[in-house]
Design a protein around this ligand. Structure first.
Ligand code: AP5
Ligand code: MG
Length: 191
């Protein structure tokens, strides 16, 4: 099993690229953002509680997303590994993920970090707001808050993972196809 983190700020293309990469490399794509939005769409109690936090662009509590990943981690069904998208978001989540993988004889094999200019992030999310219906895309102040939260709470994971030799920076500017080739070329080193 080979397990990747796809990492980067809001709008950097994690979701877009994950769908393509999961197919190409036969990986299970796990996005905590998608799981949380599914809870909201299903009208669950958890979804109701988390929706206000997400609409403000804040992070939901660590234990909520750790629980969601723990519930999925044994469902690999013959895949080559996992592609974690939007998880982990804090160092505490990273440590929890490492423990979950370690007890199953697995580890994080690589962290692919998409590097995208600030203005490009904002433009992509404003464009997406028109079709996505995501409340966190509609308000430019919330987009900025999501980027700030990424810098303060999520980016420290890069340092944590760098010390373990996992950090793989990837240029996230350009066309979706060009970025896919860059990510694929990088991932081929690990599979
Ligand atoms: P989450 O769903 O993870 O959202 P995010 O990190 O804000 O990232 P996005 O999904 O907005 O961006 P992306 O990098 O996936 O880019 P995408 O491919 O969509 O999290 C949402 C919320 O849930 C969080 O704020 C938090 O509240 C909560 N949450 C989730 N996980 C959590 C966790 N682990 N801990 C705590 N809280 C958590 O692309 C964006 C747009 O750009 C799309 O329209 C796409 O078509 C377009 N695009 C992509 N690539 C290109 C390109 N190369 N050129 C032009 N356009 C492009
Ligand atoms: Mg996403």
């Amino acid at each position: 099993m080979v397990n990747f983190l796809i990492f980067g700020p809001p709008g950097s293309g994690k979701g877009t690229q994950s769908v393509k990469l999961a197919e190409k490399f036969n990986l299970v794509h796990l996005s905590t953002g998608d799981m949380l939005r599914a809870e909201i769409a299903a009208g669950t109690e958890l979804g109701k509680k988390m929706s206000t936090i997400m609409a403000k662009g804040e992070l939901v509590p660590d234990e909520v997303v750790i629980e969601m990943i723990a519930a999925r981690i044994d469902k690999t069904k013959g895949s080559a590994g996992f592609l974690f998208d939007g998880f982990p978001r804090t160092v505490a989540q990273t440590i929890a993920l490492e423990k979950m993988l370690n007890v199953r004889g697995m580890k994080i094999d690589s962290m692919l970090v998409l590097d995208v200019d600030h203005d490009e992030l904002v433009n992509r999310l404003i464009m997406r707001a028109e079709q996505s219906g995501r409340p966190d895309d509609k308000d430019p102040a919330v987009i900025e808050n999501r980027i700030d939260v990424y810098k303060s709470k999520t980016e420290p994971i890069i340092n944590y993972c760098s010390q373990k030799g996992l950090y793989q920076p990837v240029n996230g500017m350009g066309t979706i196809d060009d970025i896919f080739v860059r990510l694929s070329d990088n991932m081929k080193k690990f599979v």
